[in-house]
Design a protein around this ligand. Structure first.
Ligand code: UDP
Ligand code: MG
Length: 316
């Protein structure tokens, strides 16, 4: 099979007939063999009944239904597991992404050998309150991930080589960072394609302003887990040791200083009236806390089920 299209959807009943018939039309015109996997993320508006109807009319349109709403990442992850195509395309259900982009995306994966091609909504049809934070976001993600050629990490329209989706895991709200996850997994040929972005035709957006807070936290954890997930002690242990040592040295210095003063018979103020004492105290406590955190994290990592899961590309 050439292409699997994965569409996560939550209450998008009005868009589905138009979306699927458009996708089928593009596929037929280009003579692709395909499947469309509609992942119903716990819709309450009858989307699933619509999917049943569409499936009855065209068996290449398939559906997966969650019992409740788990979020876009969960829907994508589940859709990915079901794909059979050599190239996997993801797109939103709301008709903001155009299926006309599919042939070009397909060509870039198969001919130009990209692992992942991400859409770039160069001209967006979204309010400023969304586009400005998004710009900042993408800049931060570019810096932290080192993927400096992407302008739009969170674009719903993306194409992947099948191996990519079979070897990465998307959870929580990590769908915003799939290119970063792919890069950490060793899929480094990541490209971009300017895509048309259309105004939402039916229904309304499922993500409010909290997307930016969650997005930022996710960015930090993805970065941290990617870098230190398998060796947490190298992070916490190093910081903890530095802090603990600094506190110890200050404490020893204060004791020596006081003993010297006593020996010389000079009046010396109480250690508890010195700011340095409190700094030393905090440094020692913080240091041992950090160290212990590292140790516990190391134990967690060691007993993690996936501690020895690596990306093996080929064996001969
Ligand atoms: N979506 C989903 N589960 C959710 C929220 C959203 O599957 O919990 C789907 C939604 O139906 C749409 C896509 O994810 O197909 C993108 O959502 P939306 O258009 O609301 O996001 P925006 O375009 O505003 O970023
Ligand atoms: Mg949308």
């Amino acid at each position: 099979m050439d292409i699997s299209v994965v569409v996560p959807l939550y209450d998008e009943i009005e868009s589905l007939p138009e979306l699927t018939s458009w996708i089928s039309r593009v596929m037929d015109e280009n003579r692709f063999t395909y499947e469309v996997i509609l992942v119903d993320d716990g819709s309450k508006d009858g989307s699933w009944e619509m999917i049943r109807k569409l499936n009855a009319g065209n068996p290449f349109i398939k559906g997966i239904k969650f019992r409740r709403n788990y979020g876009k990442s969960a829907a994508l992850n589940t859709g990915f597991e079901a794909t059979k195509g050599n190239v996997v395309i993801t797109m939103d259900a709301d008709l903001q992404d155009s299926p006309d982009e599919i042939p070009e995306l397909y060509r870039r994966i198969t001919e130009e050998k990209y692992d992942l091609v991400s859409g770039w909504k160069a001209k967006r049809h979204d309010p400023l309150s969304k586009t400005i934070p998004t710009k900042l976001f993408n800049a931060a993600t570019r810096r932290m991930s080192g993927i400096d050629n992407l302008h739009d990490f969170n674009c719903g329209l993306k194409a992947y080589r099948s191996a990519v989706v079979k070897n990465i895991e998307v959870y929580g709200e990590m769908h915003r960072y799939i290119p970063v996850i792919a890069k950490w997994a060793g899929f480094t040929k990541i490209g971009e394609q300017v895509v048309e972005h259309r105004p939402r035709k039916y229904g309304k957006t499922k993500f409010g302003l909290n997307r930016f807070i969650n997005g930022l936290l996710d960015l930090m954890s993805i970065f941290f887990v990617g870098k230190f997930g398998k060796r947490p002690m190298h992070f916490f242990g190093a910081l903890g040791t530095i802090s603990f040592l600094a506190g110890t040295i200050i404490t020893i210095w204060m004791i020596v200083d006081k003993l010297r003063a006593i020996a010389k018979g000079i009046h010396y103020r109480d250690v508890t009236t010195q700011p340095l004492f409190y700094i030393a105290l905090v440094a020692v406590i913080l240091g041992s806390q950090l160290f212990l955190t590292g140790f516990v994290a190391e134990l967690v990592a060691r007993s993690a089920h996936e501690r020895n899961k690596y990306q093996v590309e080929e064996v001969i």
